[in-house]
Design a protein around this ligand. Structure first.
Ligand code: FAD
Ligand code: SF4
Length: 495
């Protein structure tokens, strides 16, 4: 018998090596690594999601007739080695894993790998795209993907007459009607959910699972249907808005399933294309969503493979601050930060703007060490994986890659957060003030950041205007003094 090794983020019957497998000729090995679960303080919903999804997938494969060796081992390596000793398979095969370390491990253990079809642009295909360009942007890649995959195309032209409808999106939050977006689906928990939660180490933290995150293929498919039928028509316009009384807005909440294989990207895009073809969703919603999947997600995936293995250690801005206590305690008077941290605590998820413009922006402005912040994000989010975290956190959020993925740092003061959220009203700080005891930490640190990195960004056309404005501030000395006080408060948990 041939053994197919299936990793916990490859849970789909048609992915790579498993796609060609048959119960009469193939056995399946899945390893639940005790070492990995105990290695970090995971959010309980993340740990539960990963373990229960794996166990349900193993159950489905058994129901199909496969002999599944579901092993509890100290590590993936030990799991594979002990399986080899116990079963002596004629061959061990796996689909190319999604992490650099896992690929290295399989090479060391002489496990044959099969090309992965889990993403829509394999790194070999990306190399073809990249070879035609001196430098490239996500938008170029996205158009190349649209043409080759055929989504939202009419012959060689984009449907709706434009490639990008972003101008119709990015609206500030609406003043009223905060219940306009469909409520996310929630399933009842069963005995397996409860058993797994009870077995997790005490280092896990956060609100216990509620049934929000599906842990099976059928649950993920039901979430996709719910999204396309009820949420997608609203996707886009308020994509960047943040509301205290509505955490999901029109976000799809599909990233966990795309990342662990319960859904494949083409299944999601096909469903969106079909709804668009039937006239059920406007072009700005369909295009905005397809761009996230075939554009951003695949661009990030390929950036990871182009930049590894040293991407983890990039620190272009020489940021050295340890993770401040508020990230683990949740205690802060900054209303935007406490709302985002509470969202993470409640459901191991906040949407991309709290990730980028609140949590990430805070880490950028305060100079948190990139690896420390990445690890906190990785521990905390239900959809986290190294390939998606590094480009988004080290690159996009912290500019620690020196501009590989973003052409400028995503630094912003309180004015941006005030425009895109309802957090500033009722906050202990005044978002318009950059000096004084009640100055908004974001506003103070924003100007301080620009002045601190003026030399570095003086030649960056996308940010030079703000840098010059910071240098010309008449109260720059006061700003610097206030910033020093804010940073002291951040370090001691008094902000
Ligand atoms: P939607 O807003 O509905 O978007 C649809 C889909 O597009 C997502 O499900 C996701 O698969 C994809 N997508 C959109 N933007 C990105 C992106 N920049 N990178 C990769 N995929 C994207 N996404 C993760 O899947 N895992 C992470 O660990 C993660 N960490 C992030 C950290 C930071 C600092 C930032 C700025 C972004 C991060 N993202 C991550 C990207 C994005 O925030 C999430 O994919 C999104 O919020 C997931 O919610 P959703 O499924 O409702 O997304
Ligand atoms: Fe955040 Fe500043 Fe607004 Fe308070 S005033 S919510 S700290 S941006």
């Amino acid at each position: 018998m041939i053994t197919v090794v299936v990793f916990g983020d490859q849970l789909h019957r048609s992915i790579g090596a498993l796609g060609d497998a048959h119960p009469s000729t193939h056995r399946v090995l899945m390893v639940e690594s005790r070492g990995k679960i105990a290695s970090r303080p995971w959010h309980v919903q993340r740990a539960h999601f990963i373990v229960v999804s794996m166990r349900r997938f193993a159950h489905e494969l058994r129901a199909e007739g496969f002999d599944v060796d579901y092993r509890h081992a100290d590590s993936m390596r030990k799991g594979i080695e002990s399986h080899r000793n116990d079963y002596a398979p004629s061959a061990l095969v796996a689909t190319e894993p999604n992490s650099y370390n896992a690929r290295t491990l399989l090479t060391r253990l002489n496990v044959t790998t099969v090309r992965s079809n889990q993403f829509l642009c394999h790194p070999e295909d990306f190399a073809v795209f990249a070879s035609t360009k001196k430098s490239f942007k996500m938008e170029d890649f996205y158009r190349w993907q649209r043409r080759r995959l055929g989504y939202l195309m009419q012959s060689d032209e984009p449907a709706g007459g434009a490639w990008n409808f972003d101008a119709d999106n990015r609206l500030p939050p609406p003043k009223t009607g905060h219940d306009r977006w469909a409520t996310p689906k929630v399933d009842a928990l069963d005995d397996l959910d409860r058993d797994v939660v009870a077995s997790l180490p005490s280092s896990c933290w956060g609100e216990a699972p509620t049934g929000l995150w599906a842990t099976s293929r059928s649950g993920a498919l039901a979430r996709l249907r719910h999204f396309v039928d009820h949420v997608l028509p609203e996707f886009g316009p308020h994509e960047d808005a943040m509301l205290t009384d509505n955490w999901h807005l029109a976000h799809s909440l599909l990233s966990p399933y795309l990342n662990n294989g319960l859904l494949l990207p083409h299944e999601v895009c096909d469903a969106v294309q079909e709804a668009y073809d039937r006239g059920l969703v406007p072009i700005n919603s369909a295009e905005g969503f397809i761009r996230q999947i075939i554009g951003w997600r695949e661009f990030v995936w390929n950036t990871y493979w182009r930049e590894m293995p040293d991407y983890r250690n990039r620190n272009a801005l020489d940021a050295t601050r340890p993770l401040p206590p508020m990230f683990t305690s949740g205690n802060t008077s900054m209303r935007c930060m406490s709302t985002a941290l509470d969202g993470v605590y409640q459901r191991a998820w906040v949407h991309h703007i709290p990730r980028l413009m609140v949590l990430g922006n805070f880490a950028l402005l305060t100079g948190i060490q990139p690896l420390a912040f990445t690890q906190w994000m990785w521990n905390s989010f239900v959809d986290a994986a190294e390939w998606v975290m590094l480009p988004n956190v080290v690159g996009m959020s912290l500019y620690a890659d020196g501009g590989v993925i973003a052409t400028k740092p995503y630094a912003a003061g309180g004015a941006y957060i005030d425009r895109m959220s309802d957090h500033c009203k009722g906050c202990a700080y005044d978002r318009k003030k950059r000096t004084g005891d009640d100055a908004c930490p974001f506003t103070t640190l924003y100007w301080d950041f620009l002045a601190r990195h003026a030399d570095r960004f003086a030649r960056n056309p996308r940010i030079v205007t703000q840098v010059r404005a910071a240098q010309k501030l008449t109260d720059l000395d006061d700003v610097r003094t206030t910033a020093a006080g804010v940073l002291k408060g951040v370090d001691t948990g008094h902000t």
